[in-house]
Write a protein of this length. Structure first.
Length: 292
């Protein structure tokens, strides 16, 4: 079994637990003794430790049918409280015979499947929290920056989606793709004249794609992060988003367009393809089905 147990945070407010605390206190104090707040708190600590000790032992030694090869007296010896096992609620603990006891539904709460389920829920919450925080930070910074600079247009981040002309030797201008640094040059400035530092590359890309009408852009998407790591530029994503939005396609479609265009460009650079360049699009689903 795993090296930890799951302990419910609301255990102390469970009436069965509180009744167990009072009964354990009664074992150690005269019946006429008043149970004040301090005494009850010490009893809670004692019972929490005893239960945790039993559950830690069970996490290693319990059988698949929730049975431990221990007697009730051996449970008392384990926790160091005489009569403790007999005070446990029936829906927590049952004596099977002289040498075996059962922890009811223990594996349903502390088994491998239960722990994997809890771990998976925590991972999902961390992912959602990171996604929400990144987008909220980017949008909050944009709002603050635009409020400080009212003369700027209302575009969230005015990243140019067309090629930027560059001078040639003859004085004419040729086109070149925009870089991430050039794209962020158009980002709203704060009071110090600097672009917002917290707008990450992924967030800047998603804001640009949303500005083109693709509202489902997700800065934590693994394909987006991989394309950025491979050197993809903000302008490529903005152009793909514009085309996807015009066709009623989603964020995944736009990422596929960028990935396909970069694959085509890499093939041409290697000399694999000698044909004319083309705008890459994912295969139509209906045609794929028809060919299959």
């Amino acid at each position: 079994m795993s090296g930890y147990i799951l302990l419910a945070k609301d255990l102390r407010s469970d009436q069965r637990f509180r009744r167990l605390v009072r009964n354990v206190i009664a074992l150690q104090h005269p019946p006429t003794c008043n149970v004040d707040v301090a005494t009850f708190a010490r009893g809670e600590t004692l019972v929490l430790g005893a239960l945790a000790k039993v559950w830690m032992h069970a996490d290693t030694h319990i059988r698949a049918d929730n049975i431990l090869d221990m007697s009730a007296d051996e449970i008392d010896e384990l926790v160091g409280i005489a009569g403790f096992a007999n005070l446990l609620p029936a829906d927590w603990f049952q004596v099977i015979d002289a040498d075996h006891v059962q922890l009811v539904d223990f594996l349903e709460h502390n088994g491998t499947k239960a722990k994997k389920k809890v771990a998976g829920a925590r991972r999902q919450e961390r992912f959602r929290s990171k996604h929400r925080t990144e987008l909220d930070d980017a949008e909050a910074l944009h709002h603050e920056s635009t409020c400080n600079a009212p003369a700027l247009p209302s575009h969230p981040i005015p990243i140019p989606s067309h090629p930027i002309p560059a001078k040639t030797h003859g004085g004419a201008r040729a086109s070149k793709p925009i870089s991430n640094a050039e794209a962020l040059q158009g980002a709203p400035r704060g009071t110090d004249g600097e672009p917002p530092a917290m707008v990450t590359r992924a967030a800047a890309v998603c804001i640009a794609m949303r500005a083109e009408g693709l509202l489902s852009a997700n800065p934590s998407h693994p394909t987006l992060l991989a394309l950025l790591e491979g050197g993809a530029e903000v302008g490529e994503f903005a152009a793909a988003a514009r085309g996807a939005a015009a066709k009623g396609k989603d964020f995944a479609y736009a990422l596929a367009v960028v990935r396909g265009q970069r694959q085509d460009a890499a093939s041409i650079a290697r000399g694999v393809s000698a044909g004319p360049t083309r705008v890459w699009e994912p295969p139509d689903e209906e045609n794929v089905c028809a060919q299959a």
